[in-house]
Design a protein around this ligand. Structure first.
Ligand code: ADP
Ligand code: MG
Length: 691
């Protein structure tokens, strides 16, 4: 029995839409469209104008047109080597249209005289008749379909299993029943004042526009919603933060001198500025919430340490959270070195600790016997109880979402003062966006690198240059330098360089007799650490690695990096990877082995080869990819932007920012009854962004 369409709910599975069987349902699910709501949210990325059907004698030359008629004759012409073509003559009661298809001689098996045909395309004058070349066509068999009306046809993101046309039919079957179910989270008057259509209207306008003007109107509404959510998320966080109290930790001259005295080097001007920002934040009684962006190698660790030691100077605890165990251990090592002989007590919380040891460390933390605590973000989720957390530093934040930060803040007692939080990242948000997105949020940029660094030269090569690349590997390793060889995968089909094949190849070739090892995500933590440790100590000459080494790994003697299939990596990722070399005094070399096949990939490779300035690359990334997808934007944990364009929609951004501020002034927690739907959708958008 066919299901009644009226039973459709927004939460209904797509299979409840009339005409969707299991197969189509599966194809839609694979496309990320499991329910009717998802279907309505599956937006066309463009629209195609379809002309109304006309009698043949009404068609004007040079215009796109659709018509139907009877095939009166057909002909295959053109010989081998020349363009072969299939010609047909189409007649209706008003006239004659010649139709020709090039390079499709097989059509003579599909189209025969006497058949009725619908064609659409561009007609031109050709001799005494009109001719349409390579039209789209449909054979009419059986019942005559109704005359086609002019319309804008939505073109959907599709897949190999389901075409845009099939999606269009499914949307068409659900739209009328689904639209009235869509509740608007914005009041009607609010929309009217801003000349925004209702939400249901906006979806209708995109899926079934009646005229061209509706499309930008619909997009404006959906873009506005995204921007409003973005601004609400940011401002609400900020507001909540402003309401919390923190213990002020003023950095006196004496404390400053004592901390600097611990460091084996003078701070760079960029680090000095960051430290000044931190000291200013710490002196306040509201929790700091600062993003510190500094290029790879700019020396963020000591800036973090400065903030932590300031807490220790006031007898408070400080935590440093790293995205991986590897980095947590590395931080622990380097901070231990710097603090040798100091009274500051350091603790490492690591998943690799034996459970008894781990319990002891946690008891120390809870009792206040540990001052600086280093670990991974597991420190948050596993609810390690701090006694008196004054400062938290989150390193390489692009692996952390907003939710984790919130988890951290709630891991301290609600009535206790909130810790000052600093987030470090080497993936800067382009300056052209920070103002737009974050307004006056606290952001510090560490400019410049510590002195005495060698330079990094970047070369772009293709697999055809293998002999040259191998020679460089052989030569550098023979000189006692160390190399990373980065591959996109652990194991793949034969066409890709992966860990296994690369290891085999270089062991048998350029690095025969050298000490070569591999690190990747499938190794146990212990073996991964053992390999990294041996590499750090110089007991391994070359390391074949996946992107597990992308972030933070600091081995100054490594001065060569070869990136295989470099076209497969994102710009920020390539920059991070390259940041593993050039850490010592010696000049380093990065060889990108790339065969870019798309203009974007080409642009990425050119950009990375042209500059090693992470801030410049972030701007470039923005240019290439557009802001929606940008790592720096996503890392903010803010709701994603599908429709809005932060660079183009500046007026809408300003409107959304103003509205968000007003809204939160009226309802700081968005907990009035009339905010319920908005608050729910906002939380959903934030959750989706954090995943
Ligand atoms: P990142 O910003 O990528 O986290 P790190 O903090 O790991 O950079 O620092 C990279 C290297 O630079 C480390 O070996 C560190 O000891 C060194 N370094 C940091 N600051 C300075 C400085 N002011 N002068 C000299 N070396 C420094
Ligand atoms: Mg770092």
């Amino acid at each position: 029995m066919p299901r009644a369409a009226a039973s459709i709910a927004l939460t209904s599975p797509v299979e409840d839409v009339p005409g969707v069987g299991p197969e189509l349902g599966d194809a839609l699910r694979a496309l990320g469209v499991p329910s009717v709501a998802h279907l309505i949210n599956h937006l066309p990325f463009r629209h195609e104008r379809e002309e109304a059907e006309q009698p043949i004698n009404q068609i004007s030359p040079g215009q796109r047109a659709a018509t139907r008629g009877e095939v009166s004759s057909t002909r295959v012409s053109g010989g081998y080597g020349r363009a072969r073509r299939f010609e047909a003559v189409l007649m209706d009661e008003t006239g004659r249209l010649d139709v020709v298809w090039f390079h499709r001689p097989g059509l003579h098996r599909t189209i025969h005289p006497g058949m009725r045909l619908l064609v659409s395309g561009q007609a031109r004058r050709h001799g005494p008749y009109l001719r349409m070349a390579n039209p789209a066509f449909r054979v009419i068999d059986g019942e005559e379909p109704p005359r086609r009306q002019a319309r804008l046809r939505p073109i959907y993101p599709a897949s190999e299993r389901i075409t845009s046309g099939a999606i269009e039919r499914v949307v068409g079957a659900a739209l009328e029943d689904a639209l009235p179910l869509i509740e608007d989270h914005l009041p009607e008057a609010f929309c009217r004042e801003r000349d925004l259509p209702s939400l249901a209207e906006a979806y209708r306008m995109l899926h079934a526009p009646t005229d061209e003007e509706e499309i930008p109107r619909a997009r404006r509404r959906l873009a506005y919603d995204e921007l409003l959510f973005l601004q609400l998320a940011i401002l609400r966080d900020r507001l909540a933060n402003d309401l919390r109290r923190a213990a002020p930790l003023p950095v006196t001259e004496e404390i400053d001198a004592r901390i600097r005295g611990r460091l084996p080097f003078a701070l760079t001007p960029g680090q000095d500025e960051a430290v000044a920002d931190i000291a200013r934040d710490l002196s306040r009684d509201r929790p700091a919430n600062r993003l510190i962006q500094g290029d790879v190698g700019s020396g963020k660790t000591v800036v973090a340490l400065y903030a932590m030691l300031a807490a220790a100077a006031h007898g408070r605890q400080a935590a440093l959270l790293a995205p991986t165990e590897l980095l947590a251990e590395q931080h622990f090592e380097s901070v231990s070195g710097l603090l040798k002989g100091s009274r500051v007590r350091l603790a490492l919380v690591s998943a690799s600790l034996a459970s008894a040891e781990r319990e002891r460390v946690e008891a120390d933390i809870a009792a206040g016997h540990a001052d600086l605590i280093i670990g991974t973000h597991a420190l948050l989720t596993e609810r390690v109880g701090f006694r008196d957390l004054g400062v938290v530093v989150i390193d390489e934040q692009h692996r952390f979402g907003v939710r984790q930060r919130t988890a951290l803040q709630s891991s301290t007692r609600a009535d206790a003062p909130a810790p000052h939080t600093f987030v470090m990242t080497a993936t800067p948000i382009p300056r052209s966006l920070t103002q737009t997105i974050f307004g006056d949020l606290d952001i510090t940029s560490i400019r410049g690198l510590p002195p005495g660094r060698g330079r990094i030269q970047t070369l772009v090569r293709t697999p055809a240059d293998r002999a040259e690349i191998d020679a460089v590997l052989t030569e550098r390793c023979a000189r006692g330098e160390q190399a990373y060889i980065v591959v996109p995968a652990i194991e793949t089909d034969a066409s890709l360089a992966d860990v296994r094949s690369t290891l085999e190849r270089i062991r048998g070739g350029p690095l025969a007799g050298r000490r070569v090892a591999a690190v990747h995500g499938r190794l146990s933590r212990a073996s991964r650490q053992a390999v990294m440790e041996r590499f750090r100590l110089g007991a391994i000459d070359a390391l074949v690695a996946t992107t597990v080494i992308e972030v933070g790994v600091d081995v100054p003697n490594a001065s060569l990096m070869v990136v295989e299939h470099a076209e497969r990596f994102g710009l920020a990722q390539l920059h991070q990877l390259r940041g593993r070399i050039g850490r010592g005094g010696r000049d380093s070399l990065c060889v990108l082995v790339a065969e870019p096949r798309t203009p974007d990939a080409q642009a990425r490779i050119e950009a990375i080869a042209a500059t090693s300035d992470g801030f410049a690359l972030a701007e470039k990334d923005l240019e290439i990819r557009g802001p929606g997808d940008l790592a720096g934007v996503r890392q903010s944990g803010a709701p994603a932007l599908r429709v809005a364009d932060l660079l183009r929609d500046t007026a809408l951004v300003a409107l959304a920012r103003r509205d968000a501020r007003d809204w939160l002034t009226r309802s700081p927690r968005l907990n009035r009854p009339e905010d319920t739907l908005l608050a729910r959708r906002l939380d959903k958008a934030i959750r989706a962004a954090g995943e």
